[in-house]
Write a protein of this length. Sequence first.
Lengths: 165, 746
Amino acid sequence: MKLSVNGVPHEVEADPATPLLYVLRNDLKLNGAKFGCGLGQCGACTVMVDGKAVFSCLTPVMLVEGRQIKTVEGLGTLDEPGPMQAAFIEEQAAQCGYCIAGMMMRAQALLEAKPDAGDADIRQALEPNLCRCGTHMRILRAVARARDKMRSTSAASSGTTGRAS
Amino acid sequence: MNAPDFPDVTRRGFLAGAGALVVSFTIPVHAQEAANPAPAPAKPLALPGSLADTPLLDAWIRIDADGSITVFTGKAELGQGTKTSLRQIAAEELEIEPAAIRLITADTALTPDEGYTAGSQTIQNSGTAIRYASAQVRQILVAKASEKLGVPVEQLKAQAGKVVGPGGVVVGYGALVAVDFLHVNAAADTWLKAPETYHAIGKPFARVDIPAKVTGGEAFVQDMRLPGMVHARVVRPPSYAAKLTGFNEVAVKAMPGVVAMVHDGDFLAVVARQEFQAVKAMRALAMTATWQEQAALPDQDQIPAFLEKSVAKVGIVTSVGADTMPGARTIEAQFTRAYQMHGSIGPSSAVAIVDNGLTTVWTHTQGVYPDRKAIAQMLDVPPEKVRCIHAEGSGCYGHNGADDAAADAALIAQALPGTPVRVQWMRDQEHLWEPYGPAMLTRTSATLDDKGSIVSWHYDLWSNNHGTRPGSAGSLIAGRLMAKHFAPDPAKLQISPLGNGDRNAIPLYDVPNQRVNWHFVADMPVRVSALRGLGAYCNVFSIESFMDELALAANADRVEYRLRHLNDARARKVIEVAAEKFGWSNDPMPEGRGRGFAFAKYKNHAAYLAIALEADVDRDSGAIAISHVVCAVDCGEAVAPDSIVNQTEGGILQSLSWTLYEAVHFDDTRILSADWSAYPILRFSAVPDSLEVHVVDNPGSPYLGVAEAAQGPTAGAIANAFRHATGKRIHDLPYTRERVKAVLGV
């Protein structure tokens, strides 16, 4: 089975009914998506498929063959964190951190679809994801900060394009 | 049932008799470094913090010849940020940067035994020990440098990992290392640095664990992948006491990838090469397993009656002054709290391997040493044949499934020597089998004089023990289920300064005549243990709800009424700060909106916390929305201010969730709250618009545990805001929509 994860093609051997989550975590050794409920109730497993946030615990791997899968590992690295990751670090938006990667992926999907998302949009978008430590205020601030970072980056890059043309 | 008996030990008596215990947690003024240090006291002082149990300096700190420094703590990172704050503390006294420290946390082979990481005591106990040990190590290094350089100690100082002196003389820490030079006992009179010289304590340092957690690094025990590791799943009985009557072993063993099945009494597990294979085998095994169940749970609609009729013993928590006092009027109330869940987002997990007779378990337990003891007893081996290493898990907020998952992994791994076994609980297993925070019943009665001041206070609480941690093998699910059927430890009533079900049962308010009793319920038909705050959550909810009723009866402002009964200056301060920042007033509010206030000093000896908030009550739906929250907290010297804010914000939102939504449901046989739809918790739509936490810092004063301080006051403030908004009081937790509508007559 051919999978594209974070822009990298992979060939995996798995029962087609296997939830994407187990393939990401075990076959591809990606830690970002977490097992939380296996029921689509908590969002700890959230990843992006073709730009949309999905519960990887409920999604059989056969349904995502040939689609673009993105996990938190695809947002940046320890040395070069992407805007969403940098925003969460700057806001210190984690306690235990178990739910955080899922939060970031749902927020990323929102901001890619709606770069000017307002604070109410962010709140609404994150509704499917649970945090038990009570880090909600910081998560909301971090996503708003990521939005502002992404906006200024895209403004800067469109500015550059403007000068070049 | 035995008649209740009254032990003659009271909390106040205990406190008075154990004054040194309390003092040992403090940083005495004379021990702080000052221009004119006070002479050493004639009597030896008790060693501070966890040094009392582990006095050798090299149990805490190691310096290698290359100058690298390793600090050891018996406490674990649970998401509170202690991997960062403990580094700050050590770095302060060792005169290095926090990032330069290698920190080893809870591991039975390497670190001190500091019991459980619980009760908001990491900074108070381990932090204090590391602080003193680091200060003494610095002094040893300076003394060694003095010998080596021939320069008097007074002319030398530690600075950035070196000892420096006049004329540019300098020697690095590494060059001062000698064999066993830190193998000495801690001294009680070590001088600590003065707050104005701090470079690490109280300064903003980013948490060291967050970068990995936001980039997909290996951060949790769930992320461990050892070579050759296999995946296990347990199959639990449908109810606590169910007996296994049959299952189809052959069919399950023949499933793809299955490498083992473990059957021991009522304990069942499957092991497969791949995780999803294990899940499928677990489902198949669960389908074929048959059980004999019995109805053993109390009526969930009659919990107060169950608690009242199950009292084994009555403990006197305090008894001060006269039993009754004449007054203008007496007011009474009764409050209850449902069984509530820890509800960790990541179900419990553990990895274990048996190698040459040694069972090593990576676990997110709060207590590696007690868990090791229980597992060793379960496996019938000496404790040294088990090693427990802490690896982070999802936030636990008390005794969740962590220890049990560790025991499952240890037991299953015995069937596959040499092979690492990873156990991952499923969602329903965590929901159904974790030990819940116990249900409680409280009754209060107070007499007011003609000015409205409280002259007499009676408080009675009914509760199980809130601590059934390992312990023994009988505290572990696997230990209970296996053929040996280890029995749970018998529940014992203990009245202690820390408190348990009686935590915060004594009001901090100045009341001359007090009676506080714990009606101890030993019988635990619903599995219970420590949930963040223990009894403090319900006791503070009850006391603070009641204080509002008394203020109303006295026709007093609710904040002023609290202050009227408080002489403690620090208590007054947090109340004043919270009220001022919130803009507390008695101005009229729109219909359905109310202000609430509450206060407590956690455990009556840890952090002071006051909270004010605004609630909107929607009559038609019964929904309560908390819009604005302001909190002030004083936890002594603030080591990591942002972590204090983070923990307090978290405590407030978690308590908001408990208070508005949470109750474990069950019928006469089975727990029914198997997932998040059956046990809803806070989601983003119900998060307040604003939440401010103000830290009242007290540099140089003792650390006061803070991480659990918000649980009770938040519930009290919500209750009081609801009362203010509607004119009605709800006495039972949680404040569900159904209850709201019932009390409003909708």
